[in-house]
Design a protein around this ligand. Structure first.
Ligand SMILES: *Cc1c(COP(=O)(O)O)cnc(C)c1O
Length: 380
């Protein structure tokens, strides 16, 4: 019996030719393809500026560093998030302050953000579009008492998501995207910062390459100068032209993939409706365009159900094991901070992500649904 993988990464047909062209060109690191990808992705989002970087994790760290907060500043973050987003706050020299979730949306809502901000006055906040649900950034900024220029968006799940007809990142001060292999816009590895602010874009652009005032592509262009300055201490976090060429090919197919994700999510809704103990993703929110990066359900007895699905040839995943349950953060943040997110702890035990990707066949999807139905009916 073949198994249904949790994820299959698809590449546009043109991606391999595009890579060969870059290799043949003799210029493989950050250069003309990266500049072209930045323009293409900015056009796709409707954003003023995009800076391509090595990953979403480095994008988050670069943005947090570029805010120039005092060392050790409190930064609000969901605890139900990927560890890389917590690490970025710590590597930037700040203190993660954990925020609990609203159990319907699986992200912090205005109430939980306001409660955390009352506990510790935050200097900045990281928000996350869990599974492809676009958070209401102005509402969360207001709840935290923060200006929009102090909100960094973890938009790793953001491609394809929007609110009121505007794409996630279109109006952001700092939105960080991921092009990791399993994400909606896969390159393999890569990330980007979208910003409405020219100065912020310029700072990120310098900081992604050591803080140098000019990147090497421009220095080696005819008439380019060998001279550069280092005005700020940056990271080595640039994107290569090989990645960018793949990204440009992928962007042409992304709208079709998003349409397919939406169709498959609606099919899951229908296939799984009414099963005992199952909570399906929230639907029908006004003005919300969900990206369906993940199809996350909630089930009782989650760990045993994962094992049963696995035995039936269905691979699943969990997004996420809450940060407050991880050893390193418990040591750094302490038991009191890590005990401050009860909804995250309760709901975190029930979360289950089902296979969802453009290459998922309807037969395979029906096998997933049948296996989950069998596991739930045996209990309910
Ligand atoms: C994948 C992911 C990241 C990290 O993305 P990379 O590009 O692999 O660094 C950050 N945040 C969330 C929510 C993610 O799912």
């Amino acid at each position: 019996m073949s198994t249904v993988p949790f994820n299959v990464t698809t590449f546009a047909g043109e991606a391999s030719d595009a890579v060969v062209k870059v290799l043949d060109s003799g210029w493989v690191t950050t250069g003309p393809q990266t500049a072209g990808f930045e323009q293409d992705f900015a056009d796709h989002l409707g954003a003023a500026h995009v800076v391509a970087v090595a990953s979403c994790t480095t994008a988050l760290e670069l943005c947090l560093r570029a805010l120039d907060l005092p060392p050790g500043s409190p930064v609000l973050t969901p605890s139900l998030t990927f560890c890389g987003a917590i690490n970025a706050i710590l590597h930037a020299g700040h203190r993660p302050v954990l925020v609990d979730i609203d159990e319907d949306t699986l992200v912090p809502g205005p109430e939980t953000v306001a409660a955390a901000a009352a506990r510790v006055r935050p200097a900045a906040m990281v928000v996350q579009n869990q599974g492809g649900y676009p958070v209401d950034v102005p509402a969360l900024a207001a709840a935290a008492g923060l200006d929009r220029t102090r909100v960094v968006e973890d938009a790793a799940h953001g491609p394809g998501a929007g609110r009121d007809g505007r794409h996630v990142g279109a109006d952001s001060f700092a939105a960080c995207f991921s092009f990791y292999a399993t994400k909606n816009m896969p390159i393999g590895e890569g990330g980007a910062v979208a910003t409405s602010d020219q100065d912020f874009a310029d700072r990120i652009r310098a900081m992604r390459l050591h803080g140098m005032s000019k990147d090497s592509w421009r220095r080696y262009l005819p008439g380019g100068s060998w001279r550069y300055d280092v005005r700020t201490v940056g990271l080595k976090a640039n994107m290569t032209d090989i990645q960018a060429a793949i990204g440009r090919a992928q962007l042409t197919v992304l709208p079709e993939w998003q349409r397919r994700r939406g169709e498959l999510a609606a099919r899951y809704d229908a296939l799984l409706a009414g099963l005992p103990g199952l909570v399906l993703p929230q639907r029908g929110l006004d003005g919300v365009q969900h990206a369906w990066h993940l199809y996350q359900v909630r089930v009782p007895d989650r760990d045993a159900i994962i094992a049963e699905l696995d035995a039936a040839g269905v691979s699943t995943s969990v997004h996420f094991i809450p940060a407050n349950q991880m050893t390193a953060y418990r040591e750094i943040l302490g038991a009191e901070e890590c005990g401050s997110v009860p909804v995250t702890d309760r709901v975190g035990e029930e979360l289950l992500s089902l296979p969802l990707y453009p290459a998922l066949s309807e037969d395979a999807q029906e096998r997933v649904a049948a296996a989950l139905a069998a596991a739930l009916r045996a209990r309910g």
